[in-house]
Design a protein around this ligand. Structure first.
Ligand code: GLC
Length: 429
């Protein structure tokens, strides 16, 4: 089964395995991250099924009683990271952060289940699937209650880190009113490991910390945060990812014979389908995030804008507009899909979420385009991602202009995407 699977990618996952969970990168990110672990599980599933399931189980072991699933789990201390567990002060065991991350785990769980059943392991894995299904559903209910408090069918992010696209320009205008005057002195660790040109600015970091302080002051009371957080932005990425994950979870519910839960998930899907048009900017003709406080669209075309296909939205006019953006951008860069439109004046080819290409986002975009019948575009995304990996290795992200690495090397989720695709190719061969 593993003959053509990339051995270097497998070695990265083994190397970054800390026993039950995988760190994104040993130096820069020494803990368990939420959506990283979901993608990592997809990678492990290509060569070690049991270990893949364990990755999700370890992540969900840190779930809070209200269903919340944290963006970082601090299983062990590590002084090389800031802000660490004492800054977050979650008051939980294990210690965690107080915000969440894009909900890809439900989609991955369905993939793991499909792959186990296809291999004839369905009965052996059923109890684990049942347990993870229940936990994922609890998390999705938490989203509906605390991150969609107006019932719009979107996900309202309370922190740029929650979106997983930390310094996207989508957060610039909504971040302006955040009061940073009491943030105080602190020492960043990320810029000690990596070139500051690839990282968020000091002003952005001050805002990140001010929001952590705000949430901590509420005792991470999710209801109070939903009412009064100074940053409340309906994130197009998380909204589309949750819609997709709800579809996958509903399908899994039916396979597991859980009709009542399937109907509940159908209702969440219907709510999203009815409301998600709120994130369509009719002026810029793109899917984008929207500030819930001011009501303003960001107007940016980002890689997250292209997740509409992955979410299973079908709308001929909007799809055509997005495919138009795709062709325009594809003619401007060597490697698709840049995290920010290269025609935007703020485009920076190596600064994190203001230009670089991220393999995990490409995986989702590629899946969506292929499912929507856009085969040529799907293949371009996949071939470009592979070419960057071949040229540069498994970096955190890549320049869309020349494919050079941005951020940390030997990155778990990048290696995982390579393995997920390699396994699919083996199946189709
Ligand atoms: C950065 C990324 C985020 C990711 C984390 C760990 O913060 O922006 O999406 O989860 O690193 O890799």
């Amino acid at each position: 089964m593993t003959a053509t699977l990339d051995p270097a990618a497998q070695a990265i996952l083994r190397h970054n395995d800390r026993g039950g969970y995988t760190v994104p990168n040993g130096r820069v990110y020494p803990f368990q991250w939420n959506w990283d672990s979901a993608f990592v599980a997809l990678g492990f599933d290509a060569f070690d099924r049991d270990r893949a399931w364990t990755e999700l189980e370890t992540l969900f072991a840190a779930q809070w009683p209200d269903g919340f699933l944290p963006h970082i789990v601090f299983w062990k201390d590590d002084p090389g990271y800031f802000p660490g567990p004492e800054v977050w002060s979650s008051g939980t065991q294990p210690r965690t952060s107080g915000i969440t991350q894009p909900p890809v785990a439900g989609t991955v769980l369905r993939r793991l289940w499909d792959s186990a059943t296809a291999a004839g392991d369905g009965e052996a894995y059923r109890p684990r699937a049942e347990a993870l299904f229940a936990r994922t559903l609890a998390w999705h209910r938490w989203f509906a209650q605390y991150r969609d408090f107006e019932g719009r069918g979107v996900v309202v992010a309370m922190h740029p880190w929650e979106t997983g696209r930390d310094n996207s320009p989508e957060w610039d205008a909504p971040g302006e009113p955040i009061d940073v005057s009491n943030v105080g002195d602190y020492v960043r660790r990320d810029t000690g490991h990596l070139d500051a040109k690839m990282r968020p600015t000091k002003l952005e970091y001050d805002r990140y910390l001010a929001l952590v302080q705000y949430g901590r002051a509420t005792g991470w009371n999710h209801a109070e945060i939903a009412r009064s957080n100074p940053f409340r932005v309906a994130d197009v990425g998380m909204s589309l990812i949750l819609l997709r994950a709800n579809r996958d979870l509903a399908a899994l519910a039916r396979e597991l014979g859980r009709e009542a839960e399937a109907a509940e998930l159908d209702a969440l899907i219907a709510r999203a389908e009815a409301g998600i048009g709120w994130l369509w900017d009719p002026v810029r003709r793109t899917w984008c995030s929207r500030d819930c406080i001011t009501g303003l669209h960001s107007g940016f075309v980002t890689s997250a804008s292209f997740l509409s296909f992955y979410a299973g939205l079908e709308d001929a006019d909007k799809d055509a507009a997005m495919l138009g953006h795709f062709e325009r951008i594809a003619a401007r860069v060597r490697y698709m899909v840049p995290s920010l439109d290269p025609d935007d004046p703020g485009f920076q080819m190596i600064r994190y979420w203001r230009g670089p290409v991220w393999a995990v986002v490409n995986w989702m975009i590629g899946e969506g385009l292929a499912e929507a019948g856009q085969k040529a575009q799907a293949e371009r995304v996949r071939a470009d991602t592979r070419a960057m990996m071949d040229q540069t290795g498994f970096y955190e992200a890549y320049s869309p202009i020349d494919g050079s690495g941005s951020g940390g090397d030997d990155f778990s989720w990048t290696a995982a995407i390579r393995l997920a695709w390699a396994r699919e190719d083996e199946r189709c061969a």
